[in-house]
Design a protein around this ligand. Structure first.
Ligand code: C2G
Length: 132
């Protein structure tokens, strides 16, 4: 069984996220999503989510491509996660290209997939604000 992992905030879940998750799952048999906690978002990514961690987790667990959702609490956990969860392939959108190549040292394949260009959580918020 080939196990794939990806990380992210996944706030205001949209089709760009789904495109990523669908392609990530297609690289293996089991997809783990490490979901950024509210604390990690606030402290490390300067993001204030519309949906809480529990709400974002519920949404992700409802997606057919996702097999397991775990918390992402810090930048450093990836190195241990890939061993803890016996991960074969690490996947991120290509806005992160090169940033996680160190995981190859842990015996993990690292794949960066093209982002869906025209959609983002930030864009959604801006569009909604401009219409209100
Ligand atoms: N994504 C995408 N296309 C979009 C928007 C997002 O392919 N239009 C991808 C991103 O590249 C990422 C995933 O969807 O791989 C989740 O995106 P975010 O929730 O924005 O995650 P991010 O803030 O990049 O957090 O440790 C890594 C971080 O947790 C990644």
């Amino acid at each position: 069984m080939k196990r794939v992992i990806t990380y992210g905030t996944f706030d205001l879940l949209h089709y760009g996220h789904i495109n990523l998750l669908r392609r990530a799952k297609a690289l293996g048999d089991y997809l783990i999503v490490a979901l950024s906690t509210d604390e990690f978002n606030r402290v490390e990514k300067n993001k204030v989510c519309y949906f809480s961690y529990d709400e974002r987790k519920l949404l992700l667990e409802s997606i057919r491509y996702v097999d397991l959702v775990i918390p992402e609490e810090g930048w450093e956990q990836k190195r241990t996660d890939v061993h803890l969860y016996h991960v074969d392939t690490f996947v991120m959108g290509d806005d992160w290209t090169g940033k996680f190549d160190f995981l190859k040292e842990e015996g993990c394949e690292v794949v960066y997939l093209p982002r869906t260009p025209e959609i983002s959580t930030t864009q959604i918020k801006q569009d909604l604000n401009s219409k209100s």
